[in-house]
Design a protein around this ligand. Structure first.
Ligand code: VG1
Ligand code: CO
Length: 541
């Protein structure tokens, strides 16, 4: 064991989902080590404890795992559970932490960000409950990283991560385990695999795009081996360190092939994709895109059709910018509905306290109390279970839902890699107007309320301020503005537009045309395009 002296980095503040930086930054001598040691220093209970370690397989995953193992041994960890080949999807990591009663886990991923030597890398610490640690802990880790003077590491040969079995570094026991089995078993316990298998056998076709990211091996085990669909139903199912050069971001921009297929004459009955670390999902029907906010509402309304949710659900939560479609379902079901800041760490306390069963985000994330992360394959299996039991197509499920609850037209406009100073100026421009906006009218819409979103956690009372600007109109429409906390270059401004149409209204409008006025108003108030000197967003989803 060696103690190595080090100099602090000033930029190790975890964002929406862990510390995410370019690979080149993580490769700087001491960069990874400083952050990992700051975690060990902030959580002394890890000495003598059990840790889960795994990642999405991107470039630097294997190297980072070797470093973390050597540092874990030097910091007195008793046992490390490592996914075979260093692979673990984010929800599988959460599942395993919980199942084996580990004290926490390192999840190595930059999620939907591009990979490879010129791409991004990330590291996230999850606690005992299997979820991302709360803000007070990430703040403690950040504070430590600013004053750290040394780290501890052992000198050992690389551990062979390819073979399942037992190993050790000094007195630390290491168990390399199959990355897929525990997770697949959990899914089989939650969903009616017999019903889905029968549906597949009767000719129901699916197409799943793993985007050369982590879900490939999970999809093979679950969809092909256990549910009997053909291997040809899977696209890009082999994980690659650079994701085959693509962004593993599930959506029309990066999952082009899948979207083209689903919007063609030869479309299968069901399409889906997931992201780099397997926690996001997009669901598609024949010529049909299900917006993630609608998906959350539909899952909330229909979860009781799935085996593991027959008892009904306790409550639902959505991140603030997510459309309010789920709120209408909660109202009808008579259950609690929570609006939390962006990021899964804010759902943890509500899930632990049993206040909610289902939660989700507009950014293609949905999940439940089975783990403490969003879970891409879980959402996809939930949809398949609902389809198998109801006998309805994706298209009909969506239409019937709007018929019953009305439709929340919704879009997110991202202005990526913009100048940070300009992005902050836009946020300030809105902030300065907050007090005077209510009552003002723009293009036929009158503002009801305008605020900077602050959240008080109902369980531990902690307060999180500055979580985005909310501008609500009397009509029920709204727009939201916030800065991304996962980007690694400049800043990303996200503008979220939402317009509600009741069941009696026109439910078949073009989303982007319907929202054009709101886009105009958002620009008038926030001066987005003129400040950024950009004609249009880089991504619309
Ligand atoms: C984005 C999404 C947010 C999500 C986060 C992590 O954050 O908007 O909803 O929780 O990514 O998802 P931001 O701060 O860039 O808007 V993942 O799949 O990267 O773990
Ligand atoms: Co992700």
């Amino acid at each position: 064991m060696r103690t190595v002296s080090t100099v602090p980095f000033t930029d190790q503040k975890p964002g929406t989902s862990g510390l995410r930086k370019q690979v080149k930054t993580f490769q700087k001598p001491g960069y990874l080590e400083n952050f990992v040691q700051s975690i060990f220093d902030s959580l002394p209970e890890l000495s003598g404890g059990t840790l889960v370690i795994g990642g999405d397989g991107r470039f630097f995953n294997d190297k980072a795992i070797q470093t973390i193992l050597s540092m874990a041994a030097a910091n007195g960890v008793k046992k490390a559970l490592v996914g075979q080949s260093g692979l673990l999807s984010t929800p599988a990591a959460s599942c395993v932490i919980r199942k084996y009663g580990a004290d926490g886990g390192f999840v190595l991923s930059a999620s939907h960000n591009p990979g490879g030597p010129n791409g991004d890398f990330g590291i996230k610490y999850n606690g005992k409950n299997g979820g991302p640690v709360v803000e007070s802990v990430t703040e403690k880790i950040f504070a430590r990283s600013k004053v750290i003077e040394s780290y501890k590491i052992t000198d050992n040969d690389d551990v062979n991560l390819e073979k399942a079995g037992l190993d050790r570094i000094d007195s630390m026991q290491i168990e390399i385990f199959n990355s897929v089995t525990d997770y697949a078993n959990m899914m089989e316990g939650l969903f009616d695999f017999d019903a889905i298998r029968r549906m597949f056998a009767s000719g129901f076709e699916i197409c799943f795009d793993a985007m050369h990211a982590i879900t490939g091996p999970y999809a093979k085990e679950i969809f092909v081996k256990r549910l009997g669909t053909s291997a040809g139903s899977l696209m890009n199912a082999v994980p690659l360190p650079d994701f085959g050069g693509g962004h593993p971001d599930p959506g029309p921009t990066y999952a082009k092939e899948l979207f083209a297929k689903m919007f063609s004459d030869k479309a299968p009955n069901f399409g889906a994709c997931s992201d780099g670390d397997g926690d996001r999902n997009i669901v598609l029907g024949k010529n049909t895109y299900v917006s993630p906010s609608d998906s959350l509402a539909i899952i909330t309304a229909n979860a009781h059709l799935a085996k593991g949710y027959k008892k009904g659900i306790a409550g639902v939560a959505r991140s603030m910018p997510t459309s309010r479609a789920a709120d209408r379902v909660a109202e009808k079901l008579g259950i609690e509905c929570f609006e939390t800041p962006t990021g899964w760490k804010f759902f943890g306390n509500l899930l632990d306290a049993g206040r909610i069963t289902i939660c989700g985000e507009e950014s293609a994330g949905a999940g439940s109390d089975h783990v403490r992360e969003k879970d891409g394959l879980w959402a996809i299996l939930m949809w398949l279970n609902i389809i198998a039991v109801s006998g309805k197509s994706v298209e009909d499920i969506l239409k019937d839902h709007w018929q019953e609850f009305g439709r929340n037209y919704y879009a997110r406009h991202d202005y990526e890699s913009v100048d940070k100073i300009k992005a902050e100026k836009i946020m300030r421009t809105v902030e300065q107007q907050l007090a005077e906006l209510p009552g003002k009218s723009f293009h036929g819409e009158t503002i009801l309320k305008a605020d900077s979103f602050a959240y008080t956690d109902p369980i531990d009372g902690s307060v999180s301020k500055n979580q985005g600007m909310r501008i609500d109109f009397e009509s029920g429409s709204r727009f939201v503005l916030r800065l991304s906390g996962t980007g690694t270059v400049g800043a990303t401004l996200r503008v979220y537009l939402e317009k509600y149409v009741p069941p009696t209204g026109d439910l078949a409008q073009d989303t982007h045309k319907t929202l054009a006025d709101l886009d105009l108003i958002a620009n008038e108030i926030a001066k987005i395009k003129s400040t950024l000197e950009r004609e249009s967003p880089s991504v619309i989803s």
